[in-house]
Design a protein around this ligand. Structure first.
Ligand code: SF4
Length: 351
């Protein structure tokens, strides 16, 4: 897949843009000034595969906590700032590896300039984040509502303002919870900037609806070669965001991310509790970092053939099942030994 050309931006010890892999990020939902809870959550997110983490900085206490949090985690820390430019200054002084602001809600040009000067002094990137919910009135009037064109104009105006202040170490995000609008905005924005893009569908929703919305939206955007870092935004445990982001990137062929489990939809031929079996396999392989496709199929007659593109698989029958490799049956086993046998094959598998 051809990727949109962008500059490279360093965030802590990670790079985004250019030919660097698309990094996965999330945001904590603890109180940032509760250092223990925040660190505990970030460590769980790291374990799940999170590569950049953002914390909100609503007050002085949160800004001060960044320094302690950063010393106890292993991924770059981004400070999320709204309205108060002093929090941006404090976050940078306390070690933020990047800040996210919407210059539109930071206040006067002088205040934005102070934030930009501070970021420049510490040489950290600024993410200019524009959301459909906070689009300026003149742009709403100009385009007859909240539109992709308005979002792009808003983002580019702000980027130009910061560039005019003498700083170009920027990342841009334009987000909407409306999938076609968000996709269109990225199509319009990408050819007009060389700054890396942080992409995501904002306020996507709860686990099921949010995942579907994110997969649909990010699928369109990423498949067009656009995006250098992604966040799947879900209402729930942020670890779920990481799992989903990894799956979206893997399914689009953009990152290798562990074992992919495929399973058949079941039908009248199914003679095994396939739902439970597929869930067990998914849990079992979740920590295994091998680029493998594993199939869990509901019948021994069609299963191995239907899943011949899988590296390994099991097909359940009445009381017994088959273990297969690229469609070829390698063993027939009693049902209760299928999982253990599959696990052994996965462990021994050499690509
Ligand atoms: Fe039905 Fe077997 Fe195909 Fe699953 S693999 S959908 S059980 S025919």
């Amino acid at each position: 897949m051809l990727r949109n050309e962008t500059e490279v931006v360093r965030i802590g010890d990670r790079m985004i843009g250019g030919d660097y892999p698309i990094l996965i990020q999330s945001m904590t939902n603890t109180k940032t000034d509760d250092v223990s809870a925040t660190v505990e959550q970030i460590l769980r997110l790291e374990e799940a595969g999170c590569e950049i983490i953002r914390c909100t900085v609503p007050d002085e206490e949160a800004a001060k906590a960044l320094d302690q949090i950063r010393s106890r985690i292993h991924i770059p820390l981004v400070a999320d700032i709204h309205f108060d430019y002093r929090m941006a200054l404090a976050a940078i002084e306390n070690g933020a590896d990047k800040i996210r602001i919407n210059p539109g809600n930071i206040g006067s040009r002088e205040r934005v300039q102070m934030v930009v000067d501070k970021a420049a002094a510490y040489n950290i990137p600024i993410r200019v984040g524009v959301n459909s919910g906070s689009l300026e009135k003149p742009l709403i009037e100009k385009y007859g509502g909240v539109t992709a064109e308005g979002l792009v104009e808003s983002a580019l105006d702000k980027v130009r303002m910061i560039e005019d202040m003498g700083y170009g170490n920027l990342v841009i995000s334009i987000k909407s919870s409306n999938v076609p609008m968000c996709a269109r905005a990225h199509e319009l924005l990408a050819p007009r900037t060389r700054h890396p893009l942080h992409v995501g569908i904002t306020e996507a929703g709860t686990i099921t609806s949010g995942n579907i919305k994110s997969a649909a939206g990010l699928g369109i955007i990423l498949y067009a070669g656009i995006g250098n870092t992604i966040r799947v935004s879900l209402t729930g445990d942020p670890v779920e965001e990481i799992k989903s982001a990894k799956m979206i990137l893997r399914d689009l062929g953009l990152r290798r991310a562990g074992v992919e489990v495929i399973s058949c939809p079941t039908c009248g031929r199914t003679n095994i509790d396939l739902v439970s079996l597929a869930n067990q396999v998914e849990t079992m392989v979740s920590g295994i970092d091998k680029p493998l496709k594993v199939a869990v199929m509901g019948c021994v007659v069609n299963g191995p053939g239907e899943a011949r593109e899988a590296d390994l698989g099991i097909a359940g029958g009445r009381g017994e099942g088959l273990l297969f490799c690229k469609g070829q049956i390698i063993r027939k086993l009693p049902e209760d030994q299928l999982l253990a046998a599959l696990m052994e094959e996965i462990r021994n598998y050499q690509a």
